[in-house]
Design a binder for this molecule. Structure first.
Ligand code: FES
Length: 271
């Protein structure tokens, strides 16, 4: 680990309830605010809570280099996130980061087709920030169970050129799966030149996008949501199986150390 990845204590600037049981925390740290890229994450421990042994990884949602702040988003699903939800302005969180690799932007990139399911939306505001000087089209496919599960829609409404929303119950956008909407879009394109898919979300979504990317011959990068523990390669608890072994014979890479971003064609999406 570099010096910049030591444990640091960062102050909470604010915490907001942004959707149903989904919260956003703004944290102050100039280094992360200035250097993090889309796909990277921080590992957080919540010092106030006893009995939580492992740090929890949270993708960096967006940054504000001028203010020296960055945001994470999370859904309350267990003890760690319940504790995080109780965080207050001025509390200090013990974090390590930014960790992991990030999405890459080839020189011929003309359109970033982002595909997000649920909390898989986490890296995409930062992807838009990362590429804002590149004069590319930003197209976002964002699906959730219902209207109250979307976050950052105000941001996407103003920063994305082409926004496609779906919900399973039809409460906003089209009723159905976001991958069906993506397939119709890909079918209507004349060329895949300069177009890249960036995807994050649950495994069934990743699996479908992998098939579509293959079928329509479009390159795709994926940020995996594999469960992590240590966050930097020590526990071997986050294997990502490979389509072909590496040159040194490894059949798995580690989500935390080698990822969390991979070329879609390189990895097996295990359902
Ligand atoms: Fe421990 Fe990846 S989380 S090796």
């Amino acid at each position: 680990m570099s010096d910049k990845k030591k444990v640091v204590s960062v102050p909470v600037q604010s915490i907001n309830n942004v959707a149903d049981e989904i919260f956003s925390i703004t944290l102050q740290n100039q280094y992360i605010a200035s250097h993090a890229h889309s796909g990277q994450f921080i590992n957080v421990s919540v010092p106030q809570v006893n009995g939580i042994l492992w740090r929890r990884p949270f993708g960096i949602h967006r940054t504000n280099a001028d203010a020296g702040t960055f945001d994470i988003v999370f859904k309350v699903i267990g003890r760690g996130t319940k504790a995080l939800k109780q965080t207050k302005t001025g509390d200090e969180l013990d974090i390590i980061g930014p960790l992991g690799n990030h999405f890459s932007y080839p020189s011929d990139l003309k359109e970033a087709i982002m595909v997000a399911g649920g909390l898989g939306i986490a890296p995409f505001p930062l992807l838009i920030q990362d590429t804002k000087d590149k004069s590319i089209q930003h197209t976002l496919f964002y699906g959730a169970k219902s209207k109250d599960q979307f976050c950052s829609l105000d941001f996407f409404n103003t920063s994305v050129h082409d926004l496609h929303l779906t919900t399973e119950d039809g409460s906003i956008g089209e009723q159905g799966l976001i991958t069906d909407s993506l397939e119709r879009y890909l079918k209507g394109l004349n060329t895949m030149e300069g177009k890249y898919i960036y995807v994050c979300g649950p495994t069934p979504l990743l699996s479908r996008v992998k098939l579509l990317a293959h079928q329509y011959n479009i390159r795709a990068q994926v940020s995996v949501e594999t469960i992590m523990a240590c966050g930097f390669g020590a526990c071997m608890g986050c294997p990502v199986p490979l389509e072909k072994p590496t040159e040194d014979g490894r059949k798995y890479l580690l989500a935390c150390k080698d990822g969390p971003v991979f070329n879609m064609e390189d990895i097996i999406i295990d359902e």
